[in-house]
Design a protein around this ligand. Structure first.
Ligand code: NAP
Length: 312
């Protein structure tokens, strides 16, 4: 493989997360080739200097190929499909790094297929949305061979503010999935107290401002403030993808016989937000479901609130 500065990079999947992450690599100076199933989504990357591959397999010529697709089945398709897959082509990269949130089983299956082709496979799922990436505040959790980590670490560090290595194999998948259970539960808790505030005469802006200034506040509560106060539900992460993560987490819970009553309930609340017609909106629409359950309809407070994601 070439030196770090000259390593060439491939990217599969330019959705809400993949596009800004690939852009970070381009901006860090890596010669980057990108592919997306819906070809038009590659245009903004091409404008930034990436080359656009016509097929996934063209990326086999790159040193390191990253992937960021929706589900376990999608990762298996882009990697293992006999006609189209990266790892079933004639030419394969030295390293594949997958950033999607997928199951341990799929991760292991793809790792084994990669290793059978002498390709190192590294798991690097992430926490944060596309705007968090743009603001340089993304967190990455990684697992796999430590030597591979050292090779790809500068690339992964270009994604954001923290990289946490948690060990061999698929450990990062579990950490990421469990993190998203907390994400859903935290969001539901916020939704409930905001609706309670509303019904008891307290503005959502006031509740969120105090939480953000308190020990209970965090980067997440701050960046969801425009959604919670002004009902800005432009999708950063959909309830369909969050439901997938709850299902992945609850599969582990059942496997290990760990009762998770709040997690089970929240999973169904996420599902009910899909039933309410919010499948393509942001998952923060859980607020609207909580309001509907309380028999009220929310309106925007049109308040001057910030997501706190100033670009660094
Ligand atoms: P998204 O906006 O829906 O994008 C999904 C991407 O995967 C698109 O590029 C899509 O291509 C591609 N894709 C899906 N199925 C495919 C298939 N069978 N073959 C080829 N390409 C396929 O989703 P996202 O929000 O970026 O999420 C991607 C992953 O990151 C998910 O695992 C999610 O759980 C995780 N994640 C998301 C966030 C977030 O805040 N959004 C944060 C952390 C982690 P098309 O454009 O053609 O549809």
């Amino acid at each position: 493989m070439s030196t770090q500065q000259n390593k060439t990079v491939g990217w599969i999947g330019l959705g809400n997360m993949g596009a800004p992450l690939a852009a970070r690599l381009v901006e860090a100076g890596y010669p980057t080739a990108v592919w997306n199933r819906t070809a038009s989504k590659a245009d903004p990357l091409a404008a930034k200097g990436a080359t656009v591959a016509a097929t996934i397999r063209e990326l086999g010529a790159q040193d390191v190929v990253f992937s960021m697709v929706s589900t376990s089945a999608d990762l298996e398709q882009v990697m293992l499909d006999p006609e189209l897959g990266l790892l079933t082509g004639d030419s394969v990269p030295a390293i594949v790094v997958d950033c999607s949130t997928v199951s341990v089983e799929t991760s292991r299956k793809v790792r084994e297929a990669a290793e059978a082709r002498n390709v190192r496979f590294f798991a690097a799922p992430v926490s944060g949305n596309g705007k968090v990436v743009a603001a340089g505040k993304l967190s990455v959790v990684c697992s796999g061979d430590e030597g591979t980590f050292e090779l790809v670490r500068p690339m992964i560090e270009s994604f954001g503010r923290s990289v946490t290595y948690v060990g061999d194999g698929e450990a990062a998948r579990l950490v990421k999935i469990y993190h998203n259970l907390l994400l859903g539960i935290y969001t539901q808790a916020l939704a409930e107290i905001l609706v309670l505030g509303q019904k008891s005469g307290v503005k959502r802006e006031a509740v969120m401002e105090f939480i953000n200034n308190s020990v209970m506040g965090c980067i997440f509560s701050q960046y969801k403030t425009p959604a919670m106060v002004n009902l800005d539900f432009h999708p950063t992460f959909t309830p369909v993808l969050l439901r997938k993560d709850f299902d992945l987490g609850l599969t582990e819970a059942r496997k290990h016989e760990v009762p998770m009553p709040i997690t089970n309930l929240t999973r169904d609340i996420v599902e009910s937000s899909i039933g309410h017609g919010f499948a393509k909106d942001d998952f923060a629409t859980m607020l609207l479901v909580a309001a509907a359950n309380a028999g009220i309809e929310l309106t925007s407070e049109n308040a001057d609130v910030t997501d706190g994601l100033d670009v660094e």
